[in-house]
Write a protein that binds this ligand. Sequence first.
Ligand SMILES: [Zn+2]
Length: 438
Amino acid sequence: MSFAELWDSLLDIGRDPGTGGYRRYTFTDADAACRAWFMKTAAERNLRTHSDRNANLWAWWDVGDSADADPAEPGQPRRPAGGRPERMARGGVWGGRPPEASTVITGSHLDSVPDGGAFDGPLGVVSAFAAVDLLRERGFAPARPVAVAAFCEEEGGRFGMACLGSRLLTGAVTPDTARELRDGTGVTFAEAMASAGLDPARLSADEELLARIGAFVELHIEQGSALDGLGAAVGVAESIWPHGRWRLDFTGRADHAGTTRLDDRRDPMLPYAAAVLEARQAAAAAGALATFGKVVAEPGAANAISSAVHAWLDARAPGQEVLDHMVGQIEAAARRAAQAQGVEVGVRRESFTPLVEFDPALRARVSRALAGRGITAPVLPTGAGHDAGFLAARVPTAMLFVRNPTGVSHSPAEHASRADCEAGVVALAAVLEELTSP
Ligand SMILES: [Zn+2]
């Protein structure tokens, strides 16, 4: 199947007809349809599937399998593991591990931010299946298993914690913390998971699964326009900036907008505004990024002074010290302005991911594999978090980026040309071939 057919088979799921954006929130009907699409796509390729204890999806291309063997029942192992060849991997990245303990994982996520674009996440999953197709068309037989993964709740679009599935898998968040996360209507992650037919009691780090992974390569649309500037269709990630989310709660006093004298007000909107302006200035001065993208005013009446303003700061920087300093400046500005207005302010860090440097040996091997096939792939840092960032703490991990000419992401305007998507598939197939060759 061509990339285009595969891409189109997913395209309509969870798209809002009004905005054209995607609303693929975890454990909703749209998410169930995405999961069913993953299972069907894998089964059509004779890939063994399973949903792990953390609601991540897997499709395994085991050594010796071909596209036209007996199709597997989704979720059922087709044959015992003992039937696989016992060849040993050569050294290098694998350190002599047996094939069964050096599966090359590729994939990304299928969930979206509110009104997200079509490419962020799905491009990596669709490209993974397309790369498997391409390798099989060429008659390539991997000496190590390949698996396609789709991680749960990567965007934090419903429960507020990004990369939840990969955090759970790698033990970066406790199961209890995950179970208690709530969506905007108060439903917990555990409740939503149970209503999707999965068992929240089983959430936990999955050492057995991690032990089978030799490397993870995530292909992702670039969330910036660096590749466009460099004239390259694909790039290789160098690092992920440290980044986090902070919640700022400003508490003032609700009052009448038409009768309350300015001097008598305790308006929480003012220190909030000061924080927004400081975020922009501090980020510009630091060569970093700081964004208030979500704000809730209470009671939210157009003719009333707010009683409270809740705001979320997303901050990212090239290094830890720069990030700490910038967030400190924003918090200080919020507190100064709050004090001047008689407003209380509380600041709480909701999530944080330290600097991720991708495995240098794997990155070098990825770059060599691409160069060897005449693919120019510049090396880039990124400010965006990914499941690859959490996997990188446990297994050698690399990322490929596909050019996004406008640089726009997390919006329906996010775009990659068909030709660049196909170049991404060719690049990913080259990397998988390199990493799983005998
Ligand atoms: Zn993503």
